[in-house]
Design a protein around this ligand. Structure first.
Ligand code: ADP
Ligand code: ZN
Length: 214
């Protein structure tokens, strides 16, 4: 199954991605994670993306399409994949469509649209903490770690993302509205858009996505 998760920052794409990818038995491909790792490692991709990611702007379409082309070419993606954070522009969606067509594949099977208000997003991201080691996601009010500052799963230290700072979150939301929100109509037109109310508790949202995909 070929699926993409669509939604503003803080809508829960990362929270649900891991579980869904395990249940669907397809790899999770999160462009934000790939870019942050490249930045941490100081690779050529990382150096090219660094300034944009830090300030909440989009990385150039050609850069992201290049990394997606490479990633989708790996054997584990042959029978499907779950995209998180890609496509984010109409140009990326068109690029993905031609990539899949040239491989003899049809378009995406489902685009899950996680719908949530800007206000909820800003509040969620302000309280979001991540494990620096295994990537587990916490929220100080809705999903606090058992021991403050420490990951429940692996015991390593929790940290906040540099771009979760409120001013940068607002910039990312503006970018989402301008560049990414047009994909809602784009995929609705192609008959693959699946709307999900993403404002409720994580378990409830996960259940709603699951009923669509599993
Ligand atoms: P979120 O969905 O919470 O905004 P991500 O981890 O998906 O966070 O992305 C973080 C940053 O990485 C984005 O603000 C952007 O700079 C960059 N990025 C990720 N995916 C893409 C993409 N498909 N196109 C352009 N830039 C991207
Ligand atoms: Zn951890």
């Amino acid at each position: 199954m070929r699926v993409a998760l669509l939604g503003p920052p803080g809508s829960g794409k990362g929270t649900h991605g891991k579980g869904l990818s395990a249940e669907l038995r397809v790899p999770l491909i999160a462009t934000g994670d790939i870019l942050r790792q490249a930045i941490a490692e100081g690779t050529r991709l990382g150096l090219a993306a660094q300034a944009d990611v830090k300030s909440g702007r989009l990385v150039a379409d050609e850069t992201v399409l290049g990394l997606i082309e490479t990633r989708l070419g790996l054997p584990d993606a042959a029978n499907g994949f779950l995209l998180d954070g890609f496509p984010r522009t109409v140009a990326q969606a068109d690029g993905l469509a031609s990539l899949l067509e040239s491989g003899g594949e049809r378009t995406l099977d489902h685009v899950v649209n996680l719908m949530v208000s800007a206000e909820t997003v800003v509040n969620r991201l302000r309280e979001r903490w991540l494990c620096g080691s295994c990537g587990a996601i916490y929220n100080l009010s809705s999903k606090p770690p058992k021991v403050a500052g420490q990951c429940d799963l692996c015991g390593q230290a929790l940290k906040q993302r540099a771009d979760d700072e409120p001013a940068t979150v607002r910039a990312r939301l503006e970018v989402y509205e301008r560049e990414t929100a047009p994909l809602v109509a784009y995929y609705a037109q192609r008959g693959v858009l699946r709307n999900v109310d993403a404002a409720g508790p994580a378990e409830q949202v996960y259940g709603a996505i699951r009923r669509i995909l599993v």
